[in-house]
Design a protein around this ligand. Structure first.
Ligand SMILES: Nc1ncnc2c1ncn2[C@@H]1O[C@H](COP(=O)(O)OP(=O)(O)OP(=O)(O)O)[C@@H](O)[C@H]1O
Ligand SMILES: [Mg+2]
Length: 263
């Protein structure tokens, strides 16, 4: 499915950029641009549907490794910075310091954060604020939260927005592009990690989604710095008296005097 779409994307980009010479009519370049952006929209739709089908069929492979949640969230922040800025929405980071690594699939974490952040940007009006949090849970796990000061979701719509293809009245009203698969994908990926998903929302106040990862996934912190084994230590005889200031200043000359010229 993705191969023909990649051809559409690639060739329309070539045509849009008039790489082999200008079009006889400028409208062709405009149409090529439309083909390209529609193709991109279709590709993200196909990717969402494929991901959800894989999750539901139990065929989504987790590629687990030790990762730092804050770094992944920071990366996603970087990716969506311009989109938020263009909408006049500020993004704030609140990360607890010195968190140990988490055993998780980076691609999933990225997708979770990107989906939550793009919702927050989409449904927060100009002048709004998004807060990204990373921290400890009460039971020794780690959490990520995305909070916004946006439109919010009416209570009776929450079961709808959590279901496949479900969209709230705010999405339909604003005619925003979307499929209603973002939150189901997030819930699927979180449950594959043995975590929890919580959505709290108040209309006109905002929304906060928190996902947690269990304590079993938190890697043990390594001891600060291991001291070198005694045998590997080199004994440096201490000078009886402090070296004269002039000698200390001229470290280069001292080194040459002691070890010979540099090769
Ligand atoms: N941060 C939010 N603030 C207000 N409403 C939200 C927020 N996040 C989600 N919603 C509501 O939940 C619905 C479902 O969200 P979901 O991410 O699943 O789908 P989508 O964003 O509409 O489309 P897609 O993510 O597939 O592009 C949205 O259409 C919207 O009504
Ligand atoms: Mg979404």
């Amino acid at each position: 499915m993705r191969t023909p779409l990649n051809a559409i994307l690639g060739f329309s980009e070539v045509m849009k950029g008039e790489m082999f010479g200008p079009h006889s009519s400028p409208q062709y370049a405009e149409y090529a641009g439309d083909i390209h952006s529609s193709g991109q929209h279709l590709l993200s739709l196909i990717n969402e549907i494929l991901d959800l089908s894989r999750i539901e069929a139990g065929r989504y492979d987790l590629n687990e490794e030790a990762l730092t949640l804050a770094y992944v969230v920071e990366d996603c922040h970087h990716l969506l910075k311009v989109r938020a800025k263009n909408k006049g929405v500020a993004i704030i980071e609140r990360f607890e310091a010195d968190m140990p690594k988490l055993w998780a699939d980076e691609r999933s974490i990225r997708q979770i954060v990107l989906n939550l952040m793009s919702n927050a940007i989409k449904f927060t009006p100009i002048g709004g604020e998004i807060t990204l949090k990373v921290g400890w849970t009460a039971s020794g796990g780690q959490y990520i939260a995305v909070k916004d000061t946006g439109a919010g979701i009416p209570e009776d719509e929450i079961p709808i927005v959590l279901s496949n293809f479900g969209q709230g009245s705010n999405a339909i009203k604003n005619a925003e592009q979307g499929t209603g698969l973002g939150l189901p994908i997030v819930q699927g990926l979180v449950s594959m990690h043995g975590g929890t998903f919580t959505l709290k929302s108040t209309v006109r106040i905002g929304t906060e989604v928190t996902v947690t990862f269990p304590a079993e996934r938190v890697m043990e912190a390594l001891p600060a710095i291991a001291s070198p084994p005694v045998a590997a230590r080199i004994d440096i005889p201490m000078a009886e008296e402090p070296l004269p200031a002039a000698m200390v200043q001229n470290v280069g000359a001292l080194r040459r005097a002691l070890f010979g010229p540099r090769r």
